[in-house]
Design a protein around this ligand. Structure first.
Ligand SMILES: [Zn+2]
Ligand SMILES: [Zn+2]
Length: 199
């Protein structure tokens, strides 16, 4: 049985309120633990999660699973979706379980809790009580790259031949024998030098 009390202290340290999306994150984390057969919240790094948006939902996932960016067991793959893929890292695994809210979860919440003052309170309450198969969808997926490649190894360092900055976790790109960071290589560059962007 889902029990919000288990998580309340931790959530309220991160937020001044508990909201429906935090509950969704908690429920997803618990379902992932069940489906993968892993005890949560984890105390090691056996569980790795890709979250597909940030915000309240991601704190729910973090609190339920013990996965976090700080422990390098949580990674944001921003798709703008309240969804997450959970991976058991122990078996060199390239597959995991992707979980997202059932398309009818809001409608079903309204059927589940009919006395709430508004839809926000209705969802907050119903998401705690709905059976997971009413609330969530899940499917087994293959990862595009092994999770070990994403986790990489600690202590690895490279230096970009263009900007001279240090690159860790094997995120460098080698082109014609030249070591580049992803920004200088033009891959997933989210900024331009101010001077260049004003031209
Ligand atoms: Zn919130
Ligand atoms: Zn560079």
């Amino acid at each position: 049985m889902f029990d919000i009390e288990r998580y309340k202290d931790q959530l309220l340290r991160l937020h001044d309120h508990i909201c429906p999306r935090q509950v969704l994150g908690l429920r997803m984390g618990e379902l992932a633990g069940e489906l993968l057969g892993l005890p949560i919240p984890q105390t090691d790094k056996s569980l790795f999660v890709f979250i597909e948006t940030d915000g309240c939902f991601s704190d729910g996932v973090m609190v339920a699973t013990g996965c976090s960016a700080g422990h390098r067991s949580m990674r944001l793959e921003d798709q703008g979706k309240v969804a997450a893929t959970f991976v058991d890292t122990r078996h060199g695994a390239q597959h995991g379980v992707r979980i997202w809210p059932h398309p009818l979860s809001r409608q079903r919440a309204a059927e589940y809790v009919t006395t709430a003052q508004d839809s926000w309170h209705c969802q907050l309450n119903a998401y705690q009580r709905m059976p997971s198969q009413m609330l969530l969808c899940s499917v087994w997926v293959e990862l595009a790259a092994p999770v070990q490649a994403i986790m990489s190894k600690s202590g690895l360092r490279a230096t970009c031949a263009v900007c001279g900055e240090e690159i860790i976790n094997e995120r460098e790109v080698v082109r014609n024998g030249v070591c580049l960071c992803r920004a200088c290589a033009g891959i997933s560059r989210y900024y331009l030098p101010a001077i260049e962007s004003r031209q």
